[in-house]
Design a protein around this ligand. Structure first.
Ligand code: SAH
Ligand code: SF4
Length: 393
């Protein structure tokens, strides 16, 4: 039963719904907010720093663990707040070691995160929205309506759950970390939820927080041009652009956002991205779609398009999903495409798909799984695309 005598501290809590017992979320608050909360509860501001470190550096799951904080304050905190992370609704392990978690948030909404272990690093791919407003034709998430933005706490919560699962608390300061890199490449368009993403990433970058440097964080966008400079100015993380075509004609067909922000504007935003240099290049992601964007002429158009940008490419073999209208280009075609770019001096590895068997690879994430035939799925996707595009105008 909710305790109606509890003082109202709602305005001090993190964004997001209360737990079933009425307690409020704390994960998602930054250091200044935790200090303000401590002061409001009659404590010294430095208690905020202690809380911050217990939560984000040591991964405390209970206020009782916070042994350098007085018992009385801990009890008051536990009466009002929770340190709850998203609940793992499903966990899948790919034959290649990739792990996918389906996270359920307090209101029951769900989003996916994927951990891709490699020899020298571990990359955690996290979501920024439940669903997506955009309708990129090759992307499974694009067939799902936008349900809502994730809060900063829900974005960080995905990282904390992964650290819980790997038993990686307190945050190791040496090379033994298994989660070394974060990519905002899961569900959703991070630049349409930039404020929450920014707050979450600032906590991630804090040395006494999650402690992952901005050089190891990559934000991927479909090309929301007006927000790109902000991302560079305010976060200075690595930028990846879902490019996928070298001409407006092809790009608008597969990524309707291109009608709003065409390639000329996108390239200008990339050429002037704060912090981009030869040492810190922008990554262009390019999904290889059979007979759509994979000809040598497409590759040549691309070379010309990116000539003013410090960039590298990632060629991504298309990952199929149920009901998709596309197929992956064949190996020879991808290699031919690659050699046009390489001959022009561009770096362009072909990415090995990871986690395809559990639908954890790029563009395969989607959380409302109904049992439908491929034909029904396609029809449903067309309906959702039309609806979303009408809303976007
Ligand atoms: N909304 C952001 C973040 C999602 S990132 C963005 O679009 O950039 C997901 C990445 O996977 C993007 O580069 C996207 O274009 C790519 N992708 C989407 N569907 C894919 C598919 N079916 N196969 C391979 N890559 C895909
Ligand atoms: Fe949304 Fe990115 Fe998928 Fe496009 S590729 S539909 S922007 S998640």
């Amino acid at each position: 039963m909710p305790d109606t005598n509890r003082p109202d501290l709602t305005s001090l809590a993190a964004d997001g719904p209360a737990a079933a017992d009425g307690r409020l979320p704390l994960i998602g608050l930054d250091k200044a907010e935790l200090a303000a909360l401590a002061v409001d509860m009659g404590e010294k501001p430095f208690r905020g720093t202690q809380l911050f470190q217990w939560i984000y550096s040591r991964g405390a799951r209970s206020f009782d663990d916070m042994t350098d904080i007085s018992k009385a304050f801990r009890t008051r905190l536990a009466d009002t707040f929770t340190l709850d992370r998203p609940v793992i609704a499903q966990e899948q392990l790919s034959e290649d070691g990739t792990r996918k978690w389906l996270h359920a948030f307090t209101d029951g909404q769900k989003a996916e995160a994927v951990l891709i272990p490699e020899d020298d690093r571990g990359t955690l791919c996290i979501s920024s929205q439940v669903g997506c407003t955009l309708t990129c034709r090759f992307c499974h998430t694009g067939t799902q309506r936008l349900v809502r933005n994730l809060t900063p706490g829900e974005i960080i919560g995905q990282i904390m759950v992964a650290r819980d699962a790997l038993d990686e608390w307190p945050t190791p300061k040496d090379d033994s970390r298994r989660i070394t890199n974060i990519v905002l490449m899961g569900m959703g368009e991070p630049l349409y939820n930039f404020d929450a993403v920014k707050k979450a990433m600032q906590i991630v970058m804090a040395g006494d927080g999650i402690s992952i440097s901005r050089h190891r964080i990559t934000l991927s966008t479909s090309g929301v041009v007006p927000e790109i400079a902000r991302c560079g100015d305010e976060l200075r993380v690595n930028l990846a652009i879902s490019l996928h075509a070298g001409t407006d004609e092809v790009r608008s067909q597969i990524m309707p956002i291109n009608k709003k922000y065409p390639l000329k504007d996108l390239m200008e935003a990339c050429a002037t991205y704060p912090g981009a240099s030869n040492a810190r290049r922008i990554t262009f992601e390019y999904v290889m779609l059979k007979d759509i964007n994979d000809s040598e002429a497409d590759a040549r158009a691309l070379v010309d398009l990116v000539k003013d940008v410090h960039c590298k490419f990632n060629l991504i073999p298309f990952n199929p999903w149920p009901g998709t209208p596309y197929e992956c280009s064949d190996k020879k075609t991808i290699e031919r495409f690659q050699s046009v770019l390489t001959d022009a001096g561009l770096t362009c590895p072909i990415r090995t798909p990871r986690g395809r068997d559990i639908l954890a690879a790029c563009g395969q994430l989607k959380t409302d799984s109904e049992k439908l035939s491929a034909k029904e799925r396609r029809a449903q996707a067309e309906e959702v695309w039309a609806e979303k595009e009408a809303e976007l105008g």
